[in-house]
Design a protein around this ligand. Sequence first.
Ligand code: MN
Length: 283
Amino acid sequence: MKDINFISACSDLGVHVCGSDKGPAVLTSNFSIKNYILEKENINKSFDPNDLRKNEKYINNFTKKVFDTALNILNDNKTPLLIGGDHSTVIGSALASQKYHNNIGIIWVDAHGDYNTFETTKSGNIHGLPLASITGYKCKELTYFITNNFINPKNCVVVGARSIDPWEIGNMVDAGVTIFTTKDVKNEGADVIMKKAIDIAYNNTNGVHISLDLDVIDPIIAPGVSIPEDNGISDTEMYLIVDEILKHKDIVKSIDLVELNPELDIDNKTKNIALNILNKLTK
Ligand SMILES: [Mn+2]
């Protein structure tokens, strides 16, 4: 990890719940780190339950901006740290890292699999599709600006999952993604699971992209997320995951920290955990 530059990915277009677009401003205000602020377009966001491609066009426009920004940071010999925003915003950051470093793995720390496709999504919320998109598993519409330069799903590891749709798990098994559940983290230890994840993601690759979704943490501890899932990992376990990232600074090429929703947070609990994570990563 070289010098970090922030990308403020101020978009909540990937989910029907509003507010995660406000996350970056809340988290970056006290840092004196170069910060590329990307705003979503001023559109009427789709909330139509029958719309299974909600805000697709505008998410694609946003993804291309993130991709170009992350690539600029990498070309400048720096490390991009994207702050979301909902999880759909990282399609551009992960694929920029893949393009620049030419063959990387990815560790997706998340309560959800984010491995739906337009064929399997029931909500039409595109923040449920980014990992499939990044690993080139269908969803080609969401990566229209890139051809054949995706992260190999065999180098893709999900950590902390506890809410994966049955039709989504079929996609993950088909693609060859490795899944470590919340139970795995609790039983074996967050550090042990992260070491295993890094081994898989770094196997025959040039580095690893890390994507941290705050909803992996239990919503009693971190309530400020758009789609909370009960029985998550603790903040202590989250910090152990971050400490493992720091122990592997040489192979970690790019990072995301997403899904803080300040409008749903209680007593700044989630914000403070996110700030602790950012302080560790930028120290
Ligand atoms: Mn996610």
